[in-house]
Design a protein around this ligand. Structure first.
Ligand SMILES: [Zn+2]
Length: 479
């Protein structure tokens, strides 16, 4: 991936790639820079010509003329998104493929700010404290920023948010919740180190999880709360990273129904969350959704090798069909549900499903999705001019969309392999058998400068953080 990078969008020398894909008659003649009416004439740069030629090639050939609310908001969305895919309204420097560079410094600055103080109107976000910390730390890690400066603060924050009877609340004094616990645990594991690990009361956490296990196999999100697939995924993440005992605590209500371990009935329960159209929903009988699909696949990838668990509990071809249908054309990014709009956060929620699905569905390394189309959406349409990443152009950036756009971009760049022979051995050891197999070699969208760090396909944190946590708690089957 060498070659000179155009310094500006008006660089007179076309890249070799452009020469390759655009024949002469498709090129729009460019006016000389000396022309004073340059802007008024609407000159199209060579990069824009290439973008337009690509977008034309992926346009849906048959358009349903029926007007509905959904079709109208889709048309409005295209009007907003297309200028960013065709041109470069933010005036970002372009990479060797004529696509905006990833604005790493600006995004780092944005995410560091997200870990700072918030103005009074944000008081309502207090219950999301673990999420704000997790999204920001994970976004920074993906960008290659050393997060160790946050270790003491993370330990302090989550020591105070740890509920005496187990688990973590959204903030100080809040009741424990599995979503808050998941985000807190990932944050603690990401900063890592003995002091962080020993800040966790594993025994009370085990008891908390025991209260949530349901007789049908799933998990409630909180005591007396809703049972959904987030619960299954979040509980398994915590059980695996902290190497907690698989036996249910003696006071777990599910024991009265004959269950003895956290894993009882769990795989079949996840399987029942697969909807008629192949996607995965929050709970049996609900509408399929991208984020629940990731939770379901993440849970199955913790339960065992994806090739075994996916095929045991899911109709994989139907799932692949549904996931593929979530990638929008010509936008390239993903939506989260049928007939919904492209949104940068699904770059992870759906884009992040593929590594697991590929490990479960194929015997050879093979890409089932269009990585470049997603990378194009993230780089061209999801970067906010001043830093941070967004749902779609016109929206404000936030830590959530920054984290998951970056995770999706990382998924387009790296190849992950599930390796049966690697990693630790013990309960829920499957997620430690993943390894990276280099960058995706065929990209025509991002260059070396845009490359970001690998993200663990199951835990969505750095590989090293997941491995070190598990290794620390190895041999601590008790407490
Ligand atoms: Zn979103």
């Amino acid at each position: 991936m060498t070659g000179s990078r155009p310094e500006s969008s008006q660089d007179p020398s076309p890249s070799s790639r452009l020469e390759e894909i655009l024949d002469d008659k498709l090129r729009v003649e460019e006016l000389p820079d000396s022309d004073d009416d340059y802007e008024d004439v609407g000159t199209v740069t060579k990069e824009e010509q290439a973008n337009m030629a690509y977008l034309e090639s992926v346009k849906i050939p048959i358009v349903d003329k029926l007007k509905t609310d959904s079709s109208e908001v889709q048309d409005e969305t295209l009007e907003v998104v297309m200028p960013f895919l065709e041109g470069n309204p933010n005036d970002f420097p372009l990479n060797i493929f004529g696509i905006p560079h990833l604005q790493k410094e600006k995004h780092v600055k944005f995410l560091k700010k997200a870990l700072g103080d918030y103005p009074p109107p944000f008081a309502m976000m207090d219950a999301s404290r673990p999420w704000l910390v997790y999204w920001s730390l994970q976004g920074l890690s993906a960008l290659g920023y050393d997060i160790s400066e946050y270790r003491e603060r993370v330990i302090h924050t989550f020591s105070l948010a740890q509920y005496p009877a187990g688990g973590y609340g959204g903030s100080y004094g809040h009741l424990p919740h599995l979503a808050a616990t998941y985000a807190a645990v990932l944050s603690i594991v990401m900063v890592g180190g003995e002091k962080a690990y020993t800040s966790i009361n594993r025994k009370s956490l085990w008891h908390f999880l025991g209260q949530l296990k349901q007789p049908d196999g799933g998990f409630n999100m909180t005591t007396g709360g809703e049972e959904d697939i987030r619960g299954a995924y979040c509980a398994l993440v915590v059980l695996s990273l902290f190497n907690l005992p698989m036996e249910l605590p003696p006071d777990a209500p599910a024991r009265t129904q004959g269950l003895t371990t956290f894993l009882d009935n769990l795989g079949p329960w996840i399987g029942r969350c697969q909807a008629f159209d192949g996607g995965i929903s929050a709970a049996p009988g609900n509408e399929a959704h991208g984020a629940y699909a990731f939770c379901g696949l993440g849970a199955l990838a913790i339960l065992g090798p994806p090739r075994e668990t996916l095929n045991a509990y899911l109709d994989v071809p139907r799932l692949v069909h549904w996931l593929s249908a979530r990638q929008c054309a010509p936008e390239g990014g993903y939506n989260g549900r049928t007939n919904k709009l492209v949104d940068g956060c699904y770059s992870h929620w759906v884009g992040g499903c593929w590594a697991i699905v590929e490990a479960g569905a194929t015997s050879e390394r093979q890409s089932l999705w269009n990585r470049d189309a997603l990378a194009r959406y993230v780089l061209s349409a999801a970067q906010f001019s001043k830093g941070g990443l967004v749902d779609k152009p016109g929206k404000r950036p936030d830590a959530y969309h920054s984290c998951y756009n970056l995770a999706g971009l990382s998924a387009t760049q790296h190849v992950y392999v599930y390796d049966d022979g690697a990693g630790v051995k013990g309960d829920l050891d499957a997620p430690y058998r993943w390894r990276t197999a280099g960058v995706y070699p065929e990209s025509r969208i991002w260059d070396e400068e845009d490359e970001i760090n690998e993200v663990h396909p199951v835990f969505v944190i750095p590989f090293k953080a997941a491995r070190e946590s598990r290794e620390y708690f190895e041999g601590r089957q008790g407490f």
